[in-house]
Design a binder for this molecule. Structure first.
Ligand code: DGY
Length: 429
């Protein structure tokens, strides 16, 4: 495709507008026709460059659908659309505007801090920002209350979709143990939009659906779901994002003069960072998931286990080990950091989260590397990410060895990352 930066920025703006539904943005038309939680938050970073007000609205719309218990759901079904499965009739969560019944990575806090810091006149956004900080803090409280009822400092996922990395090898063993007897017949829609070789398998979908049905039968009662869940996995990537966002929220709360909130969040984030050590997997030389049902670490070296870069302090030996792994992976697969160790026999460069590279995760890694003082490696990741765009435009994900565009096209959050990379990250801030 070979685009220069000006053309890339124009293309990214075109895609952000193409997928804009006024007060929320769809990830891409057809495949994902509603509002997705972490897509939407990361999209706001790109929107802010062209229209700051629109970026705030994106976050406000998402948070307007927060559940009374504090959960911010992973999908808000704003409009009827037959092109997606599972739709509101499967979830049956009983919300006034239908939503799914699970959540997604908590990037809201870290995005909020970026928007606040980048606002030319912070006094003008003070009220909006305060409301969002309170909503996000309530969501974080929900995580630690409902997904860590024993107070270990690490929250569990009850569905692979909550991780955002749906079919990562990380879930293989835990997902295989989910009973599927009694699942209602269903028809997948995703494979009418995208080549099935780039999507999760039928085996995985059956279990995704079984989990939805199981939690639906329990009335989506988050006070009970954790202990009864047939899938309960602690993911280092998910926890690192949550803790990173918690620190970000604490800083914004402090800047706004809400010292009580700030102190509470700082204290919790600090306690939880220390608990990440439980997820260090010496056999893999990186972090890995913990199956909370069996109590065992999962031997799967995925990108989730590199994301703790987001919470490790400068000079930490584990941070250097993770940066070396990134460099090793890039030497084999140069188009972005791949989602699974390319040396693993399960690596599949085409199939969704089992190998392809995703620019949003690359963005988070760049953030973590910079925070850890490893700017040179961050630059390498930035260059590898831009190589995907230069070659294939704004796709959902990319083959990490060839840069081939995979999954959905004209993809919103990828466009947002292009804006972020070209306007902010290149300047090293
Ligand atoms: C999907 O439908 O593929 C989504 O990732 C679930 O959130």
């Amino acid at each position: 495709m070979n685009m220069n930066p000006t053309v890339m920025l124009q293309e990214a703006e075109r895609i952000l507008k193409l997928n804009d539904k006024g007060v929320y943005t769809v990830p891409t038309h057809g495949l994902y026709p509603f509002q997705w939680n972490w897509d939407s938050c990361l999209t706001a970073l790109g929107q802010f460059h062209f229209d700051p007000n629109r970026a705030w609205v994106e976050l406000e719309t998402l948070v307007a659908h927060q559940w009374p218990d504090g959960m911010v759901p992973h999908i808000v079904f704003h409009q009827h659309d037959e092109g997606y499965f599972p739709g509101p009739g499967v979830w049956k969560t009983g919300r006034p505007v239908p939503t799914s019944g699970i959540t997604q990575p908590a990037v809201l806090g870290l995005v909020l801090e970026q928007l606040y810091e980048r606002s030319a006149d912070q006094s003008l956004v003070r009220g909006r920002c305060e409301a969002l900080v309170y909503a996000a803090a309530r969501w974080h409280d929900w995580f630690y209350r409902c997904r860590d009822p024993e107070g270990t400092g690490l929250v569990a996922l009850l569905h692979p979709w909550e991780s955002g990395r749906d079919n990562s090898c990380d879930w293989d063993a835990a997902l295989a143990a989910v009973p599927v007897d009694g699942i209602e017949p269903y028809v997948r829609k995703d494979i009418t939009h995208v080549d099935p070789s780039e999507r999760p398998t039928q085996f995985e979908y059956d279990r995704y659906v079984a989990l939805v049905q199981c939690y639906r039968q329990m009335g989506w009662d988050n006070e009970r779901l954790h202990d009864a869940a047939p899938f309960r996995v602690v993911d280092p990537g998910f926890n690192a994002i949550l803790i990173h966002s918690e620190f970000a929220l604490a800083r914004v709360a402090q800047a706004l003069g809400h010292d009580d909130v700030a102190e509470r969040l700082f204290a919790r984030a600090q306690r939880c960072v220390a608990q990440m050590e439980q997820l260090w997997n010496p056999a893999l030389g990186q972090y890995s998931c913990l199956d909370r049902r069996s109590g065992c670490l999962v031997n799967s070296a995925s990108i989730g286990g590199l994301l703790p870069l987001l919470v490790l302090p400068q000079g930490h030996e584990r941070a250097h080990a993770l940066a070396r792994r990134i460099q090793d992976w890039l030497a084999i697969a140069p188009f972005g950091v791949c989602s699974m160790d390319p040396n693993d026999s399960r690596f599949d460069g085409r199939r969704y989260w089992r190998g392809p590279s995703w620019l949003v995760v690359n963005y988070l890694l760049i953030k973590g590397l910079r925070q850890g003082g490893m700017g040179a490696v961050a630059k390498q990741v930035l260059k590898a990410s831009m190589a995907c765009i230069e070659q294939s435009g704004c796709s959902e994900y990319y083959h990490p060895m060839t840069g081939e565009a995979l999954g959905g096209g004209t993809f919103t959050w990828t466009a947002a990352m292009v804006v972020e990379f070209l306007t902010v990250q290149n300047q090293g801030s």
